[in-house]
Design a protein around this ligand. Structure first.
Ligand code: NAD
Ligand code: 3PG
Length: 398
C-alpha cells in the first residue's frame, strides 16, 4: 500500500493482514507498511514481537487474532500502550478444524488416506482396497464424551456443536465470563476439577490462552488419570501441553491419539500424532473478520482515544464533543484524577467532558477540553508520578 505523504498516523505491519481490514484505515489518514519506521501502531498476527521492534513512537498494538502470547503485554501496560485483539473473530474457523480433528481421529482418516494413496496399480487393486480397510475401522461420535478446557469463544462453539452431534460434553473453566456461561447449552456438564475432565473424556480439547497458569496444563500426572483411549486435541498453543508426557502416554497405548496445530521436531513422524501447520484461523472469513475488527479498534483509538477489546486496558467510550481531547493512561492509585484535573485547572483549562475507567492495576482517562492544552501542560501531566502515557488527540478532518 503506498505511503500517504501527509498521513496522520503510521501503521507498521509484521504479518500479512487481510486487505479488507487494511481498507478500514483510509489512505488519507494512515500510512501502512511492512515494519514501517516510527509507527504510531503495530498490526500483526503471530509474529513474535520483540521489544526492539517497539519504538517510543508506538501508541497501540493490534493483534488480528485471539492469542497475545507473542506480544510483551506486561511491558506494554507499563508503557501505557493498549494491546488490542479480535475476540471471537476466528472462533468458527477453529471450531470447524476441531470437528475435523475429532472425525479424522475417530475414523483413522490420516493413515487410511495414506494407505489408499500408497496402493500400487494392479489387477487385484479392488481386493487390496477391501482387504486393507479393516485396519482403519473406527467409531462414531454420538454418546462419546468430549471434555472442553476453556469455555470462551472457541470452547463454547465447540461444546455447542458437539452437543448437537449427540456427544456428551463436560467443561472446565474457572474464569468463565457470565456472557459465555449464558451461551453454553444447558446440557454441558460443569466439572468440579480439571482432573475430572481427564477422567471422564474420550476426547479432550484445549481452548485456553497460553500463560504462566496454563503452561503444561496437560502433563504426565493428569494424563495418568485420563480415560484409556483418550484423543487429545490441541488448537490452543504448543506449550499448553507437555509433549514428552503425551508421547510417553501414546507409546504406552494409554492415549489413542494427539491432534494438534503445532508441529515440532519431537512430534514428527510419530504414529498416533497428527499435526497441522497452525491452520486454525487460516480461512478467508476468519482472516477478514480479525483484520476488520482490529483495524476498526486501532482506528478508533488513534483518532479518538476510545478503547474496545484491549487485553490490558478497560473499555472506554466517549462521544467526541471537542476537538481538544487528551488521553491519559495511569496507575490505578488514589488521587491520579485529582492531580491531572488540578494541573489542567491551574493552566486555565476547562474540562468539558471526562471519563475514567480502570482495569486491574491501570486506569485510563479521556478528557475533552474547551480549549487546547499547551505542550508544557501536557509535559507537566506526563511528569505526574503514576502517569504511564499521555496523548493529545487532535480532531482530523474526514
Ligand atoms: N490454532 C489457532 O489458529 C488458534 C486460533 C484462535 C485461538 N487460538 C488459541 O486459542 C486460545 C483461546 O481462544 P478463544 O478465542 O477461545 O479465547 P477466549 O478468551 O474467548 O477464551 C479463553 C477461555 O479460557 C479460559 N481460561 C483461562 N485460563 C484457564 C484455565 N487455567 N483453565 C480453564 N480455562 C481457562 C478463560 O476463562 C476463557 O473463557 C487463544 O488464546 C489462542 O491461544 C488458536
Ligand atoms: O491466536 C490466534 O488467533 C491464532 O493462533 C491464529 O494465529 P494466526 O493469526 O497467526 O493464524
Amino acid at each position: 500500500m503506498p505511503e500517504a505523504a501527509a498521513a496522520a498516523y503510521r501503521v507498521a505491519t509484521y504479518n500479512a493482514i487481510s486487505a479488507r481490514g487494511l481498507e478500514r484505515l483510509s489512505a488519507s489518514h494512515f500510512a501502512i507498511g511492512k515494519a514501517l519506521a516510527d509507527p504510531d501502531a503495530i498490526l500483526l498476527r503471530s509474529h513474535s514481537l520483540q521489544l526492539a521492534e517497539i519504538p517510543a513512537s508506538v501508541k497501540a498494538i493490534g493483534r488480528a487474532g485471539a492469542g497475545v502470547n507473542n506480544i510483551p503485554v506486561e511491558e506494554m501496560t507499563r508503557r501505557g500502550i493498549p494491546v488490542f485483539n479480535a475476540p471471537g473473530a476466528n472462533a468458527n474457523a477453529v471450531k470447524e478444524l476441531v470437528l475435523a480433528a475429532m472425525l479424522l481421529a475417530a475414523r483413522n482418516l490420516v493413515p487410511a488416506a495414506g494407505f489408499a494413496q500408497s496402493l500400487a496399480p494392479g489387477d487385484d487393486f479392488d481386493k487390496r482396497v477391501e482387504d486393507g480397510k479393516k485396519q482403519f475401522a473406527g467409531f462414531e461420535l454420538p454418546g462419546r464424551t468430549l471434555g472442553v478446557i476453556g469455555l470462551g469463544a472457541i470452547g463454547g462453539l465447540v461444546a455447542d456443536t458437539a452437543i448437537r452431534m449427540g456427544m456428551k460434553v463436560v467443561g472446565y473453566d474457572p474464569e468463565i465470563t457470565v456472557d459465555n456461561a449464558w451461551r453454553l447449552p444447558a446440557s454441558v456438564r460443569r466439572a468440579a476439577s480439571i482432573e475430572e475432565v481427564f477422567k471422564s473424556s474420550d476426547f479432550l480439547t484445549l481452548h485456553v490462552p497460553l500463560n504462566a497458569k496454563t503452561r503444561h496444563l496437560v502433563d504426565a500426572a493428569r494424563l495418568a488419570g485420563a480415560r484409556k483411549g483418550l484423543v487429545l486435541l490441541n488448537f490452543s498453543r504448543d506449550a499448553v501441553v507437555d509433549e514428552a508426557a503425551v508421547l510417553e502416554s501414546l507409546a504406552e497405548k494409554r492415549m489413542r491419539g494427539y491432534v494438534c496445530d503445532f508441529p515440532s521436531p519431537a512430534l514428527q513422524g510419530h504414529p498416533g500424532v497428527v499435526t497441522f501447520p497452525h491452520l486454525g484461523a487460516s480461512t478467508e472469513e476468519a482472516e477478514e473478520n480479525c483484520a476488520v475488527m482490529v483495524a476498526e479498534q486501532l482506528r478508533a483509538f488513534l483518532e479518538h482515544g476510545t478503547i474496545a477489546n484491549a487485553v490490558n486496558f478497560p473499555a472506554v467510550e466517549m462521544a467526541r464533543e471537542s476537538p481538544h481531547r487528551i488521553a491519559i493512561a495511569n496507575a490505578n492509585v488514589p488521587n491520579m484524577l485529582g492531580q491531572i484535573s488540578t494541573t489542567m485547572a491551574q493552566a486555565g483549562l476547562n474540562i468539558h467532558n471526562m471519563v475514567n475507567k480502570s482495569k486491574g492495576e491501570m486506569a485510563y482517562t479521556l478528557v475533552d477540553l474547551d480549549s487546547a492544552a499547551s505542550a508544557e501542560v501536557v509535559q507537566r501531566i506526563a511528569r505526574i508520578n503514576g502517569v504511564l502515557s499521555i496523548r493529545p488527540i487532535p480532531l482530523i478532518g474526514s
